[in-house]
Structures are given as C-alpha cells and as structure tokens.
Write a protein that binds this ligand. Sequence first.
Ligand code: BGC
Length: 251
Amino acid sequence: MTQTIGIDIGGTGIKAAIVDVVSGEFIGEKIKVGTPAGAIPGDVARVCHELVEQLDPGGSLLVGVCFPAVIIDDVAFSASNVDESWVGLNVGDLLEATLGRRVHVVNDADAAGFAEYMFGAARGVQGLVLVTTLGTGIGSALIYNGVLVPNSELGHMTLPGRHNRTAEQLAANVVRERKRLSWSRWAEHLQVFYETLEMLFSPTLFVVGGGVSKEYENFLPLLTLRTPIIPAEHFNNAGILGAAALVPIER
Ligand code: BGC
C-alpha cells in the first residue's frame, strides 16, 4: 500500500494529509487544526481521530505520526514544548486505541529530515546529511547513506562560549522573534551552532528546515562554513511526509 496518513503534532497546530509514500506527494488537501489548549494526550488523540476520519472516513490506512520528543518504540522520553504528561507514555498505543488503526510514532525532526532525504533538498545524498529544524525548538536529524540515526536532539547541545546556554535557547526561531533579533545577530548564534556541529560530525550536507527556512536568503548567506548548507524544500509539510514515509511496511 503506497498511501499512508501522516500527522505532525506540534505545540501550536496538528497537521495531517494522505501521503503517497513512493512519490512523496499529498493525495488531496492537507488539513490543520490548532493544538488543544494544554496539549494533554487525550485531547490531542481525539483531534488526531477527527483528522484521520476526515481524510479517510471509516477506512484503514496506516498512520505515521511525528511528535516533538525523543521517541523510542513509540514511547515518548522527553517533552520540551508539550505537556509533561507525555513523558513515559506509549503514544502509539494511545493513538491506536483512539484511532482504531495501526500507528507508528517518530520524532518530528527525524520525520522532517527523512522527508528531505527521500523527497526534498537532500534527495539521495550519500554520506552524512544533517538536517536541523529551526522553530519553537531546534530539532535535528542525522541520515547516513539513507539510514536515519534517530533521536539526535542536537538542539539541546550547549554552545561553546555562550554561558552554558543551548542552541535552542539561543537560536530557535521563536527566540529571534521574541527578542526581535536582527538577521545578522541571529546568524551569529547560528554560526556557533553550525560550526560546532561541523567540527563534531563533519557532515556532507546541512539542510535547514522549519518555517523560517523560507526566508533563508536573510541568514544562510551570512554563515561561513566549509560544509554546504541549503534550505529545506518541504518547510512545514516535511513532518507529515516523513512520518508517513517512516511507517514500517510490514506493519
Ligand atoms: C525537542 C525535539 C524536537 C525539536 C523540534 C526540541 O525541543 O527536544 O525532540 O525535535 O524541539 O520540535
């Protein structure tokens, strides 16, 4: 079956679409609703159920979900920008019980990164592709020769010379917005982040995702790196695409 439902659960919105996982295209429209206040698991699961039934009424398409947390075997092990009650929860079991369908769960940046490798800016690139998403948090995905190394969480890395602050605390896009940082001031933080990643991982390619990557011309040219650094292609659709594409075929 090449059609799978992808759902991207975020702190502000929940987006879903049917994805052709061979071509990486949406079948029909993407739908989006606001995340219920508090982002409590039961409320989020109910919204996912409504979205799935809207896309595939009474059907049995498999569902791939991405979520902003460390996810191991469908269980959440962190909660940076969502309610603490997700920690330790088997998100897959909760959603399977609510949706009545098979569900597979992955980290949101892993999903976005894998989508860029499969269908986007890093399509088919061999070696190490390091994808970062700059949004409310900073997410990361490592894809080596097409294999995803999950849960890298590089946005929580403490940056050198930055008073024990993490990349996410200094350089998330919400920090730029909240502090009204100029592009050049923000790029100074990004420079430290990416040069540290470059020193530690020597990637073949950096891909920069998240909604702000649409405005890449304002900040990517300000970075000095030996590694090529390019904007993502799928912006806010990458999570849906990757979540769907990562659903194991045998499930
Ligand atoms: C979370 C990651 C997530 C990233 C982007 C971070 O705060 O720890 O799991 O991928 O935000 O949403």
